[in-house]
Design a protein. Structure first.
Length: 481
């Protein structure tokens, strides 16, 4: 049973990482092409609109989707009921956004925002369907189909965005890319998974899932509001150009960490939920997830920050050089994110959505206090304070599992310390090496190769437990193949 669970988790994690990595990798390449065709100001405008749409999408997609995954027995009546509730919610939220768009435009003194918000908010409707489709996939652990679907959506939407940008559509090229992504994804998923909505609606099922899901919805909404609050503030107190370079700098670490973090979230919740009556087993699975995630994420964030100058120069060009310090600060902020996700998914799996919500409220109180204290600072200092707040929240996220799973904060930091020290040593070495290497692609290639060799060498020489574990898994896979 334990081996079967491990194989399901590893297989699901593999396909989830492939899905996120493939889709976001394609989107990353497309974003580089678009960055060379468009200006920081145009990126600032679309990122501002996306903040409002993202917040609306949380209301439409979260809560019931997670409740479907967590529920021990879910049938067609549950799926179809959530499908209709999500569509109704999307219609209500879209109407609110449609009529509030002029007010948002006046607040940010940018009349173009009205039409962009009204068009881009249409993604709420396919998003409502996708949340049920992905819940079905997660319960069945059939992440291969989702991988194929998201990569197809990324390719189609990316091609559409680049063609529109080359044709001179400006900011509308970015809006078109988002619309094509959601529409393509919902259509491809329709053909790759067997689930279809039925004309069934059970109010008692909705009420039952709402009792669990509303707390997660509130927690996700609070988290998303706060995550995007800095973008809203930067767009208001600075300008579109600053918002554009901040968003572009944040994109690099966010791409890497979101890939692994989303994979952990999607795979660990159903896996942990299946063992929710065995806290000791949940603790062991959580501990393993944290060790592996930091072993992978810490060196990537350290290397990314150390080679940021050459990376931006090569990929985006000199007009984006001002995003380098934002990129480096964001690496610090995102490094702990997968570890936090693992801790929070353990709470969800144990059915403690009430604790989850309390944590989100506490973290956001800390975050808002830090934001208010840093409002009068320059944009770089403003974002640096945000990174400090994220570090503090790491302790808050880990605190409940001391009691629920007997996994203390001291034990957690003991588990992550080897990867942290190895990553720091590698990052410092790569940064120093950058001063002696030529600027541009040769310097970047040298830094990347040096970073990989150093980290692998330190991991092997220091006998890091996560390195040995991954090597054993790799050897098992090779033998089976």
């Amino acid at each position: 049973m334990a081996n079967e669970t491990k194989n399901k988790v590893l297989n699901g994690l593999f396909w989830k990482i492939m899905e996120n990595g493939g889709s976001q990798g394609i989107q990353f390449i497309i974003s580089i092409l678009l960055a060379r065709l468009l200006s920081p100001e145009e990126y600032g405008i679309i990122n501002l609109v996306l903040i409002f749409v993202t917040i609306a999408n949380v209301i439409v997609q979260n809560g019931f989707g997670t409740a479907l995954i967590q529920k021990q027995q879910a049938d067609e009546r549950d799926y179809s009921s959530v499908f209709f509730v999500n569509l109704l919610t999307a219609a209500v939220i879209y109407t609110l956004l449609f009529f509030s768009a002029p007010l948002i435009s006046r607040f940010y003194a940018n009349p173009t925002l009205t039409s962009i918000i009204r068009v881009l908010a249409l993604v709420l409707f396919p998003g409502a369907v996708i949340s049920v489709q992905t819940a079905y996939i997660s319960r069945q652990m059939q992440f291969k189909g989702l991988c194929i679907s998201t990569m197809a959506a990324a390719l189609v939407s990316g091609a559409a965005g680049v063609m529109m940008a080359r044709a001179g559509f400006g900011v509308w090229a970015l809006a078109g890319q988002q619309l094509f992504y959601y529409l393509t994804l919902v259509l491809v998923l329709f053909f790759t998974i067997p689930w279809r909505p039925k004309r069934i609606f059970a109010l008692e099922r909705v009420k039952s899932m709402f009792q669990f899901g509303w707390k997660l919805l509130c927690a996700s909404l609070i988290d998303t509001l706060f995550m995007n609050l800095y973008g809203l503030v930067v767009g208001k107190i600075y300008d579109d150009n600053t918002l554009g370079v901040y968003s572009r700098g944040e994109q690099f670490p966010k791409l890497i960490v979101t890939n692994l973090g989303t994979a952990i979230q999607s795979v660990m919740l159903p896996a942990l939920s299946a063992h929710q009556t065995y806290p000791e087993q949940v603790r062991r699975m959580l501990q393993r997830a944290i060790k592996i995630s930091v072993f992978l994420v810490f060196p990537m964030m350290a290397g990314l920050a150390a080679s940021a100058d050459n990376l931006v120069l090569v990929l985006l060009g000199p007009k984006w050089n001002s995003c380098v310090p934002f990129l480096q600060i964001s690496c610090l902020a995102y490094a702990v994110w997968p570890m936090d996700i693992a801790n929070l998914q353990a709470l969800n799996a144990m059915g403690r959505s009430d604790v989850f919500l309390k944590l989100e409220i506490l973290k956001k109180m800390v975050g808002v206090l830090i934001l208010l204290l840093s409002l009068r600072c320059g944009p770089l200092t403003f974002i640096a304070w945000k990174a400090c707040g994220d570090f503090i929240c790491t302790f808050i996220n880990a605190w409940p599992n001391q009691r629920l799973l007997s996994y203390s904060i001291g034990k957690l930091w003991k588990d992550i310390l080897p990867a942290l020290l190895a990553s720091a040593a590698m990052g410092i070495s790569v940064y120093i090496a950058g001063n002696f290497l030529p600027a541009g692609i040769l310097g970047l290639a040298g830094q990347v190769v040096l970073g990989i060799l150093l980290y692998l060498g330190i991991s092997w020489g220091g006998k890091l437990e996560s390195f040995s574990y991954l090597m054993r898994i790799l050897q098992e896979k090779i033998k089976k193949s």
